[in-house]
Design a protein around this ligand. Structure first.
Ligand SMILES: NC(=O)c1ccc[n+]([C@@H]2O[C@H](COP(=O)([O-])OP(=O)(O)OC[C@H]3O[C@@H](n4cnc5c(N)ncnc54)[C@H](OP(=O)(O)O)[C@@H]3O)[C@@H](O)[C@H]2O)c1
Length: 316
C-alpha cells in the first residue's frame, strides 16, 4: 500500500484540510454502475469496489461520490474493506436534486431535499458523518424536486449544525445561484464543484468563489486531451506535446498540474492502477509561470463544455 503525504487545501470556516486531489466515482464508474441493473443503489458492484480499493492502495484518500451515481455503497464498501481508519479519508457526497437533460426530466431521488438524502447516504455507507456534502446541480423546478434552492440550503445548514457533514457546499452553481444562497444563508457554501479545465476556465465563477473563500473543485480536468470530448486538432495540442517533453510528464499530469497551480482542486478518475499511482506525480513538478500562462492563454481561444450546457449556456 502506498503511503504518501498529500498536499491539502484548507477550508475557510472549519479549517479542515482537504487532500488536494480527489478520486471520482461518477462519469466512467457511474456508467458501469448504471449499466448493470442487478446492483442499483443498495448493492455493491464487485468490479467497482475493486477499482476504489485500487485507488485507495494507490494513495487516494479523497473520494467523491453522489446519490445519482449509485456508487455510495461501492465507495463505502471499499473504505470499510481497506482496513484504513475512517479519519484518514475525506468523503464527499452530493444530493441528487433532479435533472433536466436531453429534453427529459429526471426526478430527484430525495425530492424532499438534502436532509433525506444524507440520512440515506450515511446509513448505506455505514458512516456517522461526511467530510463534505454538496447540492449536486442547479436544477430546481417543480418537476425535479419539491424544494427551492433557498429551502434546500436551509436543510444543508441543519445538516451542518447536526454534525452529519463537517462542511457543506454546492456543485455546478453559477454566480446568480450562489448569490441566491448568500441572501438566505447563515453559513456560506465552502466548496463549489464545477467543470473546469483549460477549455472551460469559468473565470467569473472562480473569481467570485476566491473572493468569497469558497474552494473550487474541478471535475473533468483531463478534457483537453480527449479528442472524443473536444474534437481533433485543437489549439492546445502542440503546446501540450512540447511541455510534456520539457517537464518529462504525460499529458494528464500537465493538465492536472495546471488546475492545481491555478488554485483549484482537481477531481479525476481511472480504472487503471498504474495511472492512479502516476497521478500523484503532479506534486513533484511545477510549471514555470510563462508555461502556466501560455497554457491558460491558448486554452481561452477554444470553448468546450461537456456537462449541463442547457443550464449554463442558456444566455449565450
Ligand atoms: N459535480 C458534477 O456534476 C460532476 C460531473 C462530472 C464528474 N464529476 C466528478 O469528477 C470526477 C472526474 O471526472 P472525469 O471522469 O470527467 O475526469 P477526467 O479526469 O477528466 O477523466 C477521467 C477519464 O480519463 C481517463 N484517463 C485517466 N488518466 C488517463 C491517461 N493517463 N491517459 C488516458 N486516459 C486517462 C480515465 O480512463 P481510464 O479508466 O482508461 O484511465 C477516465 O475515464 C468524476 O468521477 C466525478 O466524481 C462531477
Amino acid at each position: 500500500m502506498e503511503s504518501r503525504k498529500i498536499p491539502t487545501f484548507s477550508l475557510s470556516r472549519s479549517g479542515d484540510r482537504i487532500p488536494a486531489i480527489g478520486f471520482g466515482s461518477g462519469t466512467k464508474q457511474k456508467r458501469l454502475k448504471h449499466s448493470d441493473l442487478r446492483y442499483g443503489m443498495k448493492h455493491a458492484h464487485p468490479a467497482l469496489v475493486q477499482t476504489f480499493k485500487e485507488a485507495i492502495d494507490a494513495g487516494f484518500r479523497h473520494l467523491d461520490t453522489a446519490e445519482c451515481y449509485l456508487t455510495r455503497i461501492d465507495v463505502g464498501t471499499a473504505v470499510e474493506q481497506s482496513g484504513i481508519d475512517r479519519s484518514e479519508f475525506w468523503i464527499t457526497d452530493k444530493w441528487d436534486q433532479g435533472w433536466l437533460m436531453d429534453g427529459k426530466v429526471f426526478k430527484s431521488r430525495s425530492p424532499s431535499g438534502p436532509y433525506e438524502s444524507i440520512k440515506k447516504c450515511l446509513e448505506l455507507m455505514h458512516l456517522s458523518h461526511l467530510n463534505l456534502f454538496l447540492i449536486h446541480g442547479p436544477y430546481f423546478t417543480k418537476e425535479t424536486c419539491n424544494v427551492t434552492v433557498e429551502e434546500a440550503w436551509k436543510q444543508m445548514e441543519q445538516i451542518y449544525e447536526e454534525g452529519l457533514a463537517d462542511n457543506i457546499g454546492v456543485s455546478n452553481f453559477d454566480v446568480p445561484l450562489l448569490k441566491r444562497v448568500f441572501k438566505v444563508c447563515k453559513y456560506k457554501p465552502q466548496v463549489d464543484q464545477i467543470e473546469y479545465h483549460l477549455y472551460l476556465q469559468q473565470k467569473e465563477i472562480v473569481d467570485f468563489c476566491k473572493k468569497n473563500d469558497i474552494l473550487v473543485e474541478a471535475f473533468s480536468p483531463l478534457t483537453p486531451m480527449f479528442s472524443d470530448r473536444v474534437g481533433k486538432n485543437r489549439p492546445l495540442n502542440d503546446i501540450i506535446a512540447r511541455l510534456c517533453k520539457k517537464y518529462n510528464v504525460e499529458p494528464n499530469l500537465l493538465l492536472l498540474r495546471w488546475v492545481y497551480q491555478s488554485g483549484v482542486l482537481p477531481l479525476t478518475t481511472s480504472s487503471n492502477p498504474q495511472r492512479m499511482k502516476y497521478t500523484f506525480k503532479i506534486f513533484d513538478f511545477e510549471l514555470e509561470p510563462e508555461d502556466f500562462n501560455e497554457l491558460q492563454r491558448i486554452g481561452q481561444t477554444f470553448h468546450y463544455r461537456g456537462f449541463f450546457e442547457n443550464y449554463f449556456e442558456r444566455k449565450e
